[in-house]
Design a protein around this ligand. Sequence first.
Ligand SMILES: CSCCC(=O)C(=O)COP(=O)(O)O
Ligand code: MG
Length: 211
Amino acid sequence: MTKAVLTDIEGTTSSIAFVTDTLFPYAKAHLRDFVERNREISAPLLDAVGAEEPGDPVETLLRWIDEDRKATPLKTLQGLIWAEGYADGTLKGHVYRDAADALRRWHDAGVALHIYSSGSIAAQKLIFGNSNEGDLTPLFSGYFDTTSGPKKDAESYRTIARAIGEAPGDILFLSDNIQEIDAAREAGMQAIHIDRETGGGEMASFAGIEL
Ligand SMILES: CSCCC(=O)C(=O)COP(=O)(O)O
Ligand SMILES: [Mg+2]
């Protein structure tokens, strides 16, 4: 029985292109200016970057964006930078229509909906709160990011199941990344591999998923 759904964002509810061609370039373009204007909030994040790699932490962060590193200080800073873009209307979150429809249907049926993304929890709330499908945040009961652990590590899914308060077997995880799917299954969750690009996964969209 499925009591809760846990879903990835990039490539699953939302297009990879929106993240790589819009969000990441926006963060790169505004990173240096943001940390100069927000020294107090940025300092511990830059320190955390410096602890991982020597050199100019801003240069390190710019390279990490190109490398799509899922490092928590980078993801936290990206969320703070994107907040300004959503606030002034430059950014509009992308959510596939089939994903929004299914999430609304499952929420109305009483299924608890949760997000698990490498994007920070603040960034998750922004993409769903300012989306082309409207404000979807009322649909969600909880949000999880890299502070719950890496997405390819089974232990992260055990931690999240405990936080949700359901047995792993009663939680359905959705992702475009097969290594994340494998990790969730290792933790005992139900999981469906969504492949919107090639159709090679178990589902090409949310449309056919029956809970
Ligand atoms: C919260 S939108 C930005 C997504 C992001 O920064 C990212 O790294 C995507 O990772 P996901 O785990 O959603 O595939
Ligand atoms: Mg993904």
